[in-house]
Ligand binder design. Structure first.
Ligand code: AMP
Length: 280
């Protein structure tokens, strides 16, 4: 992969990279499509990264569908799939980690200790191996975006991060590889995360700017669905992930909840008055 990347750069082409864990859906494919439109050569990685799963999490049962994934990526005219084995990525004795301190302990980092250290370690390794000019990430994982951006700044990675909007099912549920875990009944209940976010959006559109009140309203919606167990509902600065008191300068509204045994996340960006709407 590194030799190939060198050759691509030697020929003056721009390389776009989309990191994924496979089990691809339209969310991933939208990233591949955006990469296709902005780069000469597109590389998509498929790697279920053990280091970002906690000991009691779903690493072993995480959905894997390489054949189907490669057919979908071929249809999107992706040039290369990089799908290393766990042993290749973490040979015995590999003990180095990339940790972005403080911010990695917020939002999902608080509920999933060490998760983002696994993410920043694997993303660093992938950046070093693939040497992309552009790397495409989904707004779906808003905390991941903030942390990867900070890592790129802190460690001078020579790559531009492009963030793509959240792709949703018709009823609003954010697409996720983990949605396959949901029973038909849970699948219907799972839309509560989006409903809670939309409630906050509506109140903000009506002029409410107090983050505490908006959060309380969002949590109230989640509480109305007994099948959902709230992990967090927070309104934060989208760069630092620190709580904000007021949304008048824009804010990230992020939610995580369990429906049955499945942990789901979703978010929206609130724009302060007079700010242009961007992203998803
Ligand atoms: P994953 O395979 O879950 O690690 O996701 C790989 C990339 O796809 C990440 O940058 C995710 O944020 C992005 N992604 C996942 N789901 C969606 C979605 N519904 N809409 C947009 N991007 C997504």
């Amino acid at each position: 992969m590194t030799a190939l990347s060198r050759e691509i750069h030697r020929s003056g082409k721009h390389l776009g990279f989309v990191p994924t864990m496979g089990a691809l859906h339209q969310g991933h494919l939208s990233l591949a499509r955006t990469a296709r439109s902005q780069s000469d050569v597109v590389v998509v990685s498929i790697f279920v990264n053990p280091r970002q799963f906690g000991p009691k999490e779903d690493f072993s049962k995480y959905p894997r569908s390489f054949e189907q994934d490669s057919a979908l990526l071929q249809a999107e005219k992706v040039d290369y799939i990089f799908a290393p084995s766990v042993e290749e990525m973490y040979p015995q004795g590999a003990t180095s980690w990339v940790k972005v301190e403080e911010i990695s302990d917020r939002l999902d980092g608080r509920s999933r200790p060490g998760h983002f250290h696994g993410v920043t370690t694997v993303v660093s390794k992938l950046f070093n191996i693939i040497q992309p000019d552009l790397a495409f990430f989904g707004q779906k994982d808003a905390a991941q975006v903030a942390i990867v951006r900070k890592m790129v700044r802190d460690l001078n990675f020579d790559v531009r991060i492009v963030v793509c909007p959240i792709v949703r099912e018709q009823d609003g549920l954010a697409m996720s590889s983990r949605n396959v875990y949901l029973s038909p009944e849970q699948r219907k209940q799972a839309v509560i995360l989006y409903r809670a976010l939309m409630r906050v959006q509506t109140l903000a559109d009506q002029g409410e700017s107090d983050a505490a009140k908006l959060m309380a309203a969002g949590k109230q919606v989640i509480a109305e669905e007994p099948a959902a167990r709230l992990d967090y509902f927070e309104i934060v600065n989208s760069d630092t992930l620190e709580p904000v008191r007021n949304i008048s300068h824009g804010a990230l509204v992020a939610v995580a909840a369990h429906v049955g045994a499945t942990r789901l996340i979703d978010n929206i960006m609130l724009m302060g008055p007079g700010q242009a709407k961007v992203g998803g």
